[in-house]
Ligand binder design. Structure first.
Ligand SMILES: *[C@@H]1O[C@H](CO)[C@@H](O)[C@H](O)[C@H]1NC(C)=O
Ligand SMILES: *[C@@H]1O[C@H](CO)[C@@H](O)[C@H](O)[C@H]1NC(C)=O
Ligand SMILES: *[C@@H]1O[C@H](CO)[C@@H](O)[C@H](O)[C@H]1NC(C)=O
Length: 240
């Protein structure tokens, strides 16, 4: 008799533990995908984490201003590689939403003001944060990629990006301020495999003809620490 009730008790305990484990796993499993009608918001602290836990997309506070950006998930201090609304921070007083709105990847607030939006207007799309750090928006029906953060970088070149005539890296204004700064790195239109840095629309630095753009990967390359890496560009007036 005692033995039987004991066994039932044990079974109960085991079941409860299993349930707890399952709900924990469910709770702990972060998503990497945003579908229409399912944005992340600034009150819940929910973030997108890439499948292999390399990158995280989240609401960020930088020097007291609110942004949405992508950063390395485990690095401390965090290394921010992209800021969507760099020139348009979200006011403190409002709840922000980042997701798919009318087919556009959008950052908006509860009164409907938009702080960042792609101009896609596709009927149905899904955004997924990949382990490379690329956020890819795909059309649900065709599976075709409509927009990629790798084609719309901030100041950081990540392994897997394609340096071409359309790609521009624009520096932060200063550390702690992601607002578009004065320095722009891009391909030099008339020189094959040549690159230039413009400062306030004037050419500030020009590469010699090189074989290819071959940054020392897999280090993220951003305009402020660029000169620390093996390609010694004088980008930052602090060291020039
Ligand atoms: C979100 O994170 C902040 C700071 O870590 C914390 O103060 C707040 O309670 C969190 N909110 C929720 C809903 O978890
Ligand atoms: C924010 O997101 C959380 C988790 O997804 C959700 O429970 C909550 O209702 C959302 N808040 C708003 C204001 O939509
Ligand atoms: C989405 O983009 C399309 C195309 O540019 C535009 O017409 C539409 O107004 C946008 N929607 C939102 C909610 O911004």
């Amino acid at each position: 008799m005692i033995c039987k009730s004991h066994a039932i008790y044990c079974l109960h305990l085991l079941c409860s533990l299993l349930l707890l484990l399952c709900s924990c796993l469910h709770y702990c499993a972060a998503r990497d995908t945003i579908t229409a009608g399912n944005p992340i918001n600034s009150t819940s602290n929910e973030t997108l984490i890439s499948d292999g836990k390399r990158f995280e997309l989240r609401f960020l506070i930088i020097s007291g201003h609110r942004y949405v950006g992508i950063q390395y998930y485990t690095w401390r201090p965090p290394e921010i590689v992209l800021v969507f609304n760099r020139d348009n921070p979200l006011p403190d007083s409002t709840t922000g939403f980042f997701g798919i709105l009318n087919g556009n990847l959008t950052l908006w607030d509860k009164s409907g003001i938009s702080y960042f939006s792609t101009s896609l207007g596709s009927s149905r799309s899904t955004a997924k944060l990949l382990d490379s750090g690329n956020l890819v928006v795909r059309d649900d029906q065709s599976g075709k990629s409509l927009w990629e953060s790798f084609n719309n970088p901030t100041d950081t070149f990540l392994p897997g990006m394609n340096m071409n005539a359309n790609l521009k890296l624009t520096s932060w204004t200063e550390r702690g301020d992601p607002t578009s700064g004065d320095y722009i790195f891009q391909q030099n239109g008339d020189v094959r495999n040549g690159y230039i840095v413009c400062k306030s629309h004037k050419v500030y630095w020009k590469s010699k003809e090189t074989d290819s753009f071959n940054p020392p990967l897999p280090v993220p390359l951003n305009l402020f620490n660029y000169f620390l890496l093996s390609i010694r560009l004088c980008l930052c007036h602090l060291i020039c």
